[in-house]
Design a protein around this ligand. Structure first.
Ligand SMILES: Cc1ncc(COP(=O)(O)O)c(C=O)c1O
Length: 417
Protein backbone atom coordinates (compact mmCIF):
# COMPACT_ATOMS: atom_id res chain seq x y z
CA UNK A 1 0.00 0.00 0.00
CA UNK A 2 1.34 3.42 -0.93
CA UNK A 3 1.67 6.17 1.62
CA UNK A 4 -1.20 8.13 0.06
CA UNK A 5 -3.50 5.05 0.05
CA UNK A 6 -2.71 4.51 3.75
CA UNK A 7 -3.54 8.14 4.50
CA UNK A 8 -6.91 7.81 2.69
CA UNK A 9 -7.80 4.63 4.65
CA UNK A 10 -6.97 6.14 8.03
CA UNK A 11 -8.89 9.29 7.08
CA UNK A 12 -11.93 7.13 6.20
CA UNK A 13 -11.57 5.20 9.48
CA UNK A 14 -11.38 8.41 11.49
CA UNK A 15 -14.47 9.79 9.74
CA UNK A 16 -16.42 6.57 10.39
CA UNK A 17 -15.69 6.66 14.11
CA UNK A 18 -16.38 10.38 14.28
CA UNK A 19 -19.81 9.75 12.78
CA UNK A 20 -20.75 6.76 14.97
CA UNK A 21 -22.70 7.41 18.18
CA UNK A 22 -20.47 8.34 21.14
CA UNK A 23 -20.97 5.15 23.15
CA UNK A 24 -18.97 3.64 25.99
CA UNK A 25 -17.12 0.33 25.53
CA UNK A 26 -19.38 -2.63 24.88
CA UNK A 27 -18.39 -4.31 28.18
CA UNK A 28 -19.48 -1.22 30.06
CA UNK A 29 -22.72 -0.81 28.14
CA UNK A 30 -23.56 -4.44 28.93
CA UNK A 31 -23.27 -3.92 32.72
CA UNK A 32 -26.52 -4.31 34.61
CA UNK A 33 -27.60 -1.08 36.30
CA UNK A 34 -28.27 -1.50 40.01
CA UNK A 35 -31.92 -2.32 40.64
CA UNK A 36 -31.49 -1.18 44.24
CA UNK A 37 -30.71 2.26 42.86
CA UNK A 38 -33.63 2.01 40.46
CA UNK A 39 -36.03 1.61 43.37
CA UNK A 40 -34.27 4.27 45.46
CA UNK A 41 -34.39 6.72 42.56
CA UNK A 42 -38.13 6.06 42.25
CA UNK A 43 -38.35 6.99 45.95
CA UNK A 44 -36.78 10.44 45.63
CA UNK A 45 -39.52 12.95 46.18
CA UNK A 46 -41.73 10.48 48.06
CA UNK A 47 -42.31 12.27 51.37
CA UNK A 48 -41.48 10.45 54.59
CA UNK A 49 -40.06 7.39 52.84
CA UNK A 50 -38.59 4.74 55.17
CA UNK A 51 -35.37 3.65 53.45
CA UNK A 52 -34.39 0.07 54.29
CA UNK A 53 -32.90 -0.47 50.83
CA UNK A 54 -29.21 0.32 51.38
CA UNK A 55 -26.75 -1.58 53.56
CA UNK A 56 -26.16 1.01 56.23
CA UNK A 57 -27.31 2.03 59.67
CA UNK A 58 -29.21 5.24 60.28
CA UNK A 59 -26.74 6.02 63.10
CA UNK A 60 -23.75 8.26 62.48
CA UNK A 61 -20.16 7.05 62.86
CA UNK A 62 -19.13 6.89 66.58
CA UNK A 63 -17.90 10.17 68.04
CA UNK A 64 -14.39 8.95 68.88
CA UNK A 65 -13.78 8.16 65.22
CA UNK A 66 -15.17 11.49 64.02
CA UNK A 67 -12.99 13.24 66.63
CA UNK A 68 -9.89 11.45 65.33
CA UNK A 69 -10.65 12.71 61.81
CA UNK A 70 -11.22 16.26 63.08
CA UNK A 71 -7.92 16.20 64.94
CA UNK A 72 -6.13 14.84 61.88
CA UNK A 73 -7.58 17.63 59.74
CA UNK A 74 -6.65 20.25 62.32
CA UNK A 75 -3.13 18.82 62.31
CA UNK A 76 -2.94 19.19 58.54
CA UNK A 77 -3.33 15.57 57.37
CA UNK A 78 -4.32 16.73 53.90
CA UNK A 79 -1.56 15.25 51.74
CA UNK A 80 -1.08 12.17 49.56
CA UNK A 81 0.10 9.10 51.49
CA UNK A 82 1.94 5.93 50.52
CA UNK A 83 -0.07 3.99 47.92
CA UNK A 84 -0.64 1.13 50.35
CA UNK A 85 -1.62 3.36 53.28
CA UNK A 86 0.12 5.09 56.18
CA UNK A 87 2.38 2.81 58.23
CA UNK A 88 0.49 3.20 61.56
CA UNK A 89 -2.77 2.10 59.93
CA UNK A 90 -1.17 -0.89 58.20
CA UNK A 91 0.39 -1.84 61.55
CA UNK A 92 -2.89 -1.43 63.42
CA UNK A 93 -4.72 -3.51 60.81
CA UNK A 94 -2.07 -6.24 60.90
CA UNK A 95 -2.52 -6.46 64.67
CA UNK A 96 -6.33 -6.47 64.33
CA UNK A 97 -6.36 -9.13 61.60
CA UNK A 98 -3.74 -11.09 63.56
CA UNK A 99 -5.96 -11.17 66.64
CA UNK A 100 -8.93 -12.41 64.64
CA UNK A 101 -7.26 -14.75 62.15
CA UNK A 102 -3.65 -15.47 63.08
CA UNK A 103 -0.30 -13.82 62.47
CA UNK A 104 -0.42 -11.15 59.76
CA UNK A 105 2.30 -8.63 58.91
CA UNK A 106 1.83 -4.97 57.87
CA UNK A 107 3.54 -5.91 54.59
CA UNK A 108 0.53 -8.13 53.85
CA UNK A 109 -1.97 -5.27 54.28
CA UNK A 110 -3.01 -2.65 51.72
CA UNK A 111 -5.34 0.22 52.64
CA UNK A 112 -8.01 0.96 50.03
CA UNK A 113 -10.77 3.45 49.36
CA UNK A 114 -13.42 1.17 50.90
CA UNK A 115 -14.51 -2.35 50.15
CA UNK A 116 -15.76 -1.80 46.63
CA UNK A 117 -12.41 -0.32 45.58
CA UNK A 118 -10.67 -3.25 47.29
CA UNK A 119 -12.80 -5.62 45.20
CA UNK A 120 -11.91 -3.77 42.01
CA UNK A 121 -8.20 -3.82 42.88
CA UNK A 122 -8.22 -7.50 43.85
CA UNK A 123 -9.94 -8.38 40.59
CA UNK A 124 -7.63 -6.19 38.52
CA UNK A 125 -4.68 -7.96 40.16
CA UNK A 126 -5.64 -11.44 39.05
CA UNK A 127 -8.39 -11.50 36.39
CA UNK A 128 -8.58 -9.98 32.95
CA UNK A 129 -10.15 -10.26 29.52
CA UNK A 130 -11.39 -13.76 28.72
CA UNK A 131 -10.76 -15.16 32.20
CA UNK A 132 -13.37 -17.38 33.81
CA UNK A 133 -14.55 -16.20 37.20
CA UNK A 134 -16.94 -18.14 39.45
CA UNK A 135 -19.16 -16.42 42.01
CA UNK A 136 -21.57 -17.77 44.63
CA UNK A 137 -24.95 -16.02 44.32
CA UNK A 138 -27.35 -14.34 45.21
CA UNK A 139 -24.80 -11.61 45.62
CA UNK A 140 -24.37 -7.87 45.94
CA UNK A 141 -24.27 -6.91 42.27
CA UNK A 142 -20.88 -5.17 42.37
CA UNK A 143 -19.02 -8.45 42.80
CA UNK A 144 -20.52 -9.92 39.67
CA UNK A 145 -20.20 -6.79 37.53
CA UNK A 146 -16.59 -5.83 38.42
CA UNK A 147 -14.96 -8.78 36.60
CA UNK A 148 -17.13 -8.00 33.57
CA UNK A 149 -15.76 -4.45 33.40
CA UNK A 150 -12.37 -6.08 32.94
CA UNK A 151 -13.64 -8.40 30.20
CA UNK A 152 -13.82 -11.58 32.29
CA UNK A 153 -16.81 -13.92 32.15
CA UNK A 154 -18.66 -14.75 35.34
CA UNK A 155 -20.30 -18.07 36.02
CA UNK A 156 -22.57 -18.26 39.04
CA UNK A 157 -23.28 -21.06 41.50
CA UNK A 158 -26.56 -20.39 43.26
CA UNK A 159 -27.30 -21.04 46.91
CA UNK A 160 -30.58 -22.85 47.39
CA UNK A 161 -33.45 -21.84 49.65
CA UNK A 162 -35.19 -24.45 51.77
CA UNK A 163 -36.27 -25.39 55.27
CA UNK A 164 -32.84 -24.37 56.65
CA UNK A 165 -32.79 -21.04 54.85
CA UNK A 166 -30.08 -20.45 52.24
CA UNK A 167 -27.56 -23.27 51.89
CA UNK A 168 -24.67 -24.10 49.60
CA UNK A 169 -24.51 -27.26 47.53
CA UNK A 170 -20.78 -27.75 48.03
CA UNK A 171 -20.45 -30.37 45.32
CA UNK A 172 -21.94 -28.01 42.76
CA UNK A 173 -19.47 -25.31 43.71
CA UNK A 174 -16.51 -27.70 43.59
CA UNK A 175 -17.66 -28.97 40.19
CA UNK A 176 -17.78 -25.38 38.87
CA UNK A 177 -14.15 -24.88 39.88
CA UNK A 178 -12.75 -26.39 36.71
CA UNK A 179 -9.15 -26.38 35.49
CA UNK A 180 -8.60 -23.04 33.82
CA UNK A 181 -10.89 -21.15 36.20
CA UNK A 182 -9.01 -18.02 37.18
CA UNK A 183 -10.79 -16.75 40.22
CA UNK A 184 -13.51 -17.59 42.74
CA UNK A 185 -15.46 -14.90 44.57
CA UNK A 186 -17.09 -15.81 47.85
CA UNK A 187 -18.90 -13.31 50.04
CA UNK A 188 -19.53 -14.68 53.51
CA UNK A 189 -21.40 -13.50 55.55
CA UNK A 190 -23.39 -12.88 52.43
CA UNK A 191 -25.23 -9.85 51.17
CA UNK A 192 -28.20 -10.28 50.63
CA UNK A 193 -29.01 -13.67 52.20
CA UNK A 194 -26.99 -13.56 55.43
CA UNK A 195 -25.70 -17.04 54.57
CA UNK A 196 -22.38 -17.92 56.24
CA UNK A 197 -20.00 -20.46 54.76
CA UNK A 198 -18.97 -23.15 57.26
CA UNK A 199 -15.38 -23.86 58.18
CA UNK A 200 -15.63 -27.30 56.53
CA UNK A 201 -16.93 -25.80 53.29
CA UNK A 202 -14.16 -23.22 53.33
CA UNK A 203 -11.55 -25.95 53.77
CA UNK A 204 -12.94 -27.98 50.84
CA UNK A 205 -13.06 -24.90 48.59
CA UNK A 206 -9.57 -23.82 49.59
CA UNK A 207 -8.24 -27.32 48.88
CA UNK A 208 -9.82 -27.28 45.42
CA UNK A 209 -8.46 -23.80 44.65
CA UNK A 210 -5.00 -24.89 45.81
CA UNK A 211 -5.17 -27.99 43.63
CA UNK A 212 -6.08 -26.01 40.50
CA UNK A 213 -4.20 -22.76 41.17
CA UNK A 214 -7.43 -20.74 41.36
CA UNK A 215 -7.33 -17.33 43.02
CA UNK A 216 -9.74 -17.00 45.89
CA UNK A 217 -11.13 -13.53 46.53
CA UNK A 218 -12.94 -13.57 49.87
CA UNK A 219 -15.25 -10.63 50.52
CA UNK A 220 -15.37 -10.58 54.30
CA UNK A 221 -16.77 -7.09 54.89
CA UNK A 222 -19.51 -8.51 57.14
CA UNK A 223 -17.24 -10.81 59.14
CA UNK A 224 -17.92 -9.01 62.42
CA UNK A 225 -21.70 -9.01 61.88
CA UNK A 226 -21.98 -12.64 62.84
CA UNK A 227 -24.55 -14.17 65.19
CA UNK A 228 -23.34 -17.76 65.40
CA UNK A 229 -22.57 -19.22 68.84
CA UNK A 230 -20.61 -16.78 70.94
CA UNK A 231 -18.08 -16.05 68.22
CA UNK A 232 -17.06 -12.46 67.59
CA UNK A 233 -16.14 -13.10 63.97
CA UNK A 234 -17.42 -15.35 61.18
CA UNK A 235 -15.29 -18.22 59.84
CA UNK A 236 -12.72 -16.72 57.47
CA UNK A 237 -10.51 -18.11 54.73
CA UNK A 238 -7.71 -16.25 56.51
CA UNK A 239 -8.04 -18.73 59.40
CA UNK A 240 -7.12 -21.56 57.05
CA UNK A 241 -4.85 -20.10 54.40
CA UNK A 242 -1.17 -19.27 54.62
CA UNK A 243 -0.45 -15.65 53.90
CA UNK A 244 1.64 -16.49 50.83
CA UNK A 245 -0.93 -18.39 48.78
CA UNK A 246 -3.55 -17.37 46.23
CA UNK A 247 -6.00 -15.90 48.72
CA UNK A 248 -7.00 -12.24 48.77
CA UNK A 249 -9.31 -11.07 51.55
CA UNK A 250 -11.26 -7.87 51.10
CA UNK A 251 -12.57 -5.87 54.03
CA UNK A 252 -14.10 -2.51 54.91
CA UNK A 253 -14.58 0.02 57.69
CA UNK A 254 -18.14 0.60 56.48
CA UNK A 255 -20.00 -2.05 58.43
CA UNK A 256 -18.19 -2.82 61.72
CA UNK A 257 -17.64 0.87 62.58
CA UNK A 258 -20.53 2.51 60.66
CA UNK A 259 -18.21 4.35 58.28
CA UNK A 260 -20.00 3.93 54.93
CA UNK A 261 -19.47 7.52 53.80
CA UNK A 262 -15.77 7.61 54.65
CA UNK A 263 -14.71 5.16 51.93
CA UNK A 264 -12.03 3.20 53.75
CA UNK A 265 -11.18 -0.49 53.46
CA UNK A 266 -8.31 -2.92 53.23
CA UNK A 267 -6.91 -5.98 51.53
CA UNK A 268 -4.97 -8.87 53.05
CA UNK A 269 -2.82 -10.48 50.34
CA UNK A 270 0.54 -12.17 49.85
CA UNK A 271 3.44 -9.75 50.27
CA UNK A 272 4.72 -10.66 46.81
CA UNK A 273 1.60 -9.00 45.29
CA UNK A 274 2.07 -5.68 47.04
CA UNK A 275 4.41 -4.06 44.54
CA UNK A 276 1.89 -4.69 41.75
CA UNK A 277 -1.02 -3.76 43.98
CA UNK A 278 0.66 -0.43 44.77
CA UNK A 279 0.79 0.31 41.02
CA UNK A 280 -2.90 -0.43 40.68
CA UNK A 281 -3.74 1.78 43.66
CA UNK A 282 -1.66 4.55 42.06
CA UNK A 283 -3.61 4.35 38.81
CA UNK A 284 -7.02 4.02 40.49
CA UNK A 285 -7.04 6.42 43.45
CA UNK A 286 -3.33 6.91 44.37
CA UNK A 287 -4.21 6.44 48.06
CA UNK A 288 -7.03 6.64 50.57
CA UNK A 289 -7.53 10.18 51.99
CA UNK A 290 -4.99 10.76 54.74
CA UNK A 291 -7.29 12.16 57.47
CA UNK A 292 -9.70 9.28 56.81
CA UNK A 293 -6.85 6.85 57.39
CA UNK A 294 -6.17 8.57 60.74
CA UNK A 295 -9.79 7.99 61.70
CA UNK A 296 -9.33 4.37 60.65
CA UNK A 297 -6.49 3.97 63.16
CA UNK A 298 -8.82 5.09 65.95
CA UNK A 299 -11.53 2.69 64.77
CA UNK A 300 -9.24 -0.33 64.67
CA UNK A 301 -7.40 0.41 67.90
CA UNK A 302 -10.25 1.68 70.08
CA UNK A 303 -13.38 0.36 68.39
CA UNK A 304 -13.71 -3.19 69.72
CA UNK A 305 -16.25 -2.32 72.40
CA UNK A 306 -18.28 -0.32 69.90
CA UNK A 307 -18.34 -3.15 67.37
CA UNK A 308 -19.47 -5.66 69.98
CA UNK A 309 -22.33 -3.50 71.16
CA UNK A 310 -23.30 -2.77 67.54
CA UNK A 311 -23.50 -6.49 66.83
CA UNK A 312 -25.60 -7.06 69.96
CA UNK A 313 -28.00 -4.33 68.78
CA UNK A 314 -28.11 -5.78 65.27
CA UNK A 315 -28.88 -9.23 66.63
CA UNK A 316 -31.77 -7.78 68.65
CA UNK A 317 -33.06 -5.87 65.60
CA UNK A 318 -32.82 -8.99 63.46
CA UNK A 319 -34.82 -11.06 65.94
CA UNK A 320 -37.36 -8.29 66.43
CA UNK A 321 -37.98 -7.90 62.71
CA UNK A 322 -38.14 -11.65 62.07
CA UNK A 323 -40.81 -12.02 64.76
CA UNK A 324 -42.80 -9.04 63.45
CA UNK A 325 -42.69 -10.24 59.84
CA UNK A 326 -43.58 -13.81 60.77
CA UNK A 327 -46.87 -12.47 62.11
CA UNK A 328 -47.88 -11.29 58.64
CA UNK A 329 -49.66 -14.06 56.73
CA UNK A 330 -47.89 -15.07 53.52
CA UNK A 331 -44.38 -13.96 54.54
CA UNK A 332 -41.67 -16.61 54.68
CA UNK A 333 -38.73 -15.32 56.71
CA UNK A 334 -35.91 -16.86 58.73
CA UNK A 335 -33.17 -15.40 60.92
CA UNK A 336 -29.85 -15.60 59.05
CA UNK A 337 -26.48 -16.14 60.75
CA UNK A 338 -24.76 -13.01 59.50
CA UNK A 339 -24.74 -9.53 57.86
CA UNK A 340 -27.51 -6.95 58.40
CA UNK A 341 -30.37 -8.01 56.12
CA UNK A 342 -33.47 -10.16 56.02
CA UNK A 343 -33.94 -11.65 52.58
CA UNK A 344 -37.48 -12.98 52.62
CA UNK A 345 -40.26 -14.20 50.42
CA UNK A 346 -43.66 -12.58 50.16
CA UNK A 347 -46.59 -12.78 47.76
CA UNK A 348 -46.08 -10.64 44.67
CA UNK A 349 -42.29 -10.75 44.89
CA UNK A 350 -42.02 -13.01 41.86
CA UNK A 351 -41.74 -9.62 40.16
CA UNK A 352 -39.71 -8.09 42.93
CA UNK A 353 -38.57 -4.95 41.11
CA UNK A 354 -42.14 -3.94 40.32
CA UNK A 355 -43.27 -4.87 43.81
CA UNK A 356 -40.57 -2.71 45.41
CA UNK A 357 -41.42 0.23 43.16
CA UNK A 358 -45.09 -0.13 44.11
CA UNK A 359 -44.15 -0.33 47.81
CA UNK A 360 -42.18 2.89 47.65
CA UNK A 361 -44.71 4.71 45.49
CA UNK A 362 -47.83 3.70 47.40
CA UNK A 363 -46.58 3.05 50.94
CA UNK A 364 -43.30 5.00 51.19
CA UNK A 365 -41.55 1.76 52.17
CA UNK A 366 -38.07 1.32 50.71
CA UNK A 367 -36.95 -2.30 50.23
CA UNK A 368 -34.45 -3.76 47.75
CA UNK A 369 -35.77 -6.18 45.11
CA UNK A 370 -34.40 -9.72 45.22
CA UNK A 371 -33.76 -9.70 41.50
CA UNK A 372 -31.05 -7.07 42.06
CA UNK A 373 -28.89 -9.89 43.44
CA UNK A 374 -29.27 -12.28 40.52
CA UNK A 375 -32.09 -14.32 39.01
CA UNK A 376 -32.09 -16.72 41.96
CA UNK A 377 -33.05 -13.76 44.18
CA UNK A 378 -36.34 -13.28 42.35
CA UNK A 379 -39.29 -13.94 44.64
CA UNK A 380 -37.52 -12.23 47.57
CA UNK A 381 -36.98 -8.74 48.92
CA UNK A 382 -34.15 -7.45 51.11
CA UNK A 383 -34.65 -5.39 54.25
CA UNK A 384 -31.68 -3.82 56.07
CA UNK A 385 -32.56 -3.94 59.76
CA UNK A 386 -29.74 -1.71 61.06
CA UNK A 387 -32.01 0.73 62.89
CA UNK A 388 -34.13 1.07 66.03
CA UNK A 389 -37.30 -0.89 66.68
CA UNK A 390 -39.62 2.13 66.30
CA UNK A 391 -38.48 2.50 62.70
CA UNK A 392 -38.84 -1.25 62.11
CA UNK A 393 -42.37 -1.11 63.57
CA UNK A 394 -43.30 1.71 61.21
CA UNK A 395 -41.96 -0.25 58.24
CA UNK A 396 -43.78 -3.43 59.24
CA UNK A 397 -47.06 -1.51 59.62
CA UNK A 398 -46.65 -0.09 56.12
CA UNK A 399 -45.89 -3.49 54.64
CA UNK A 400 -48.89 -5.05 56.37
CA UNK A 401 -51.19 -2.28 55.14
CA UNK A 402 -49.86 -2.62 51.59
CA UNK A 403 -50.40 -6.36 51.61
CA UNK A 404 -53.92 -5.99 52.94
CA UNK A 405 -54.70 -3.42 50.26
CA UNK A 406 -53.36 -5.70 47.53
CA UNK A 407 -54.38 -9.27 48.25
CA UNK A 408 -52.10 -11.91 46.69
CA UNK A 409 -50.48 -11.90 43.28
CA UNK A 410 -51.55 -8.44 42.08
CA UNK A 411 -49.05 -6.62 44.35
CA UNK A 412 -46.53 -6.16 41.67
CA UNK A 413 -48.53 -3.72 39.62
CA UNK A 414 -50.65 -2.24 42.33
CA UNK A 415 -53.23 -1.48 39.65
CA UNK A 416 -54.52 -4.71 38.18
CA UNK A 417 -57.50 -6.77 39.26
C1 LIG B 1 -20.82 -7.82 50.01
C2 LIG B 1 -20.29 -6.45 50.03
N1 LIG B 1 -19.01 -6.25 49.73
C3 LIG B 1 -18.47 -5.03 49.74
C4 LIG B 1 -19.21 -3.93 50.06
C5 LIG B 1 -18.51 -2.63 50.00
O1 LIG B 1 -18.75 -1.72 50.96
P1 LIG B 1 -17.89 -0.41 51.02
O2 LIG B 1 -17.48 -0.06 49.63
O3 LIG B 1 -18.78 0.62 51.62
O4 LIG B 1 -16.72 -0.73 51.87
C6 LIG B 1 -20.56 -4.07 50.38
C7 LIG B 1 -21.42 -2.92 50.66
O5 LIG B 1 -22.58 -2.99 50.92
C8 LIG B 1 -21.11 -5.37 50.36
O6 LIG B 1 -22.39 -5.58 50.64
Amino acid sequence: MSESEGAVISELGARASAQSAPNAREAVRALRPSQIREVANAGFGVPDVLPFWFGESNQVTPQFIRDAASRALADGATFYTHNLGVAPLREALAAYVGKLHGATRPAEIAVTSAGVNALMLATQLVAGAGDRVVAVTPLWPNLVEIPKILGATVETVALTYGADGWTLDLDRLLAALTPGTRMLMVNSPNNPTGWVMTREQQQAVLDRCRQLGIWLVADEVYERLYYGNDATVAPSFLDLANRDERVIAVNSFSKAWLMTGWRLGWIVAPERLMEDLAKLVEYNTSCAPSFVQMAGIAAVKDGEQFTRSLVADLRASRDYLVTALQRIPGIDVRAPAGAMYLFFRLPGADRSLELCKALVRESALGLAPGSAFGPEGEGFVRWCYACDTARLDAGVARLRAFMEAHPASSHATGHRG
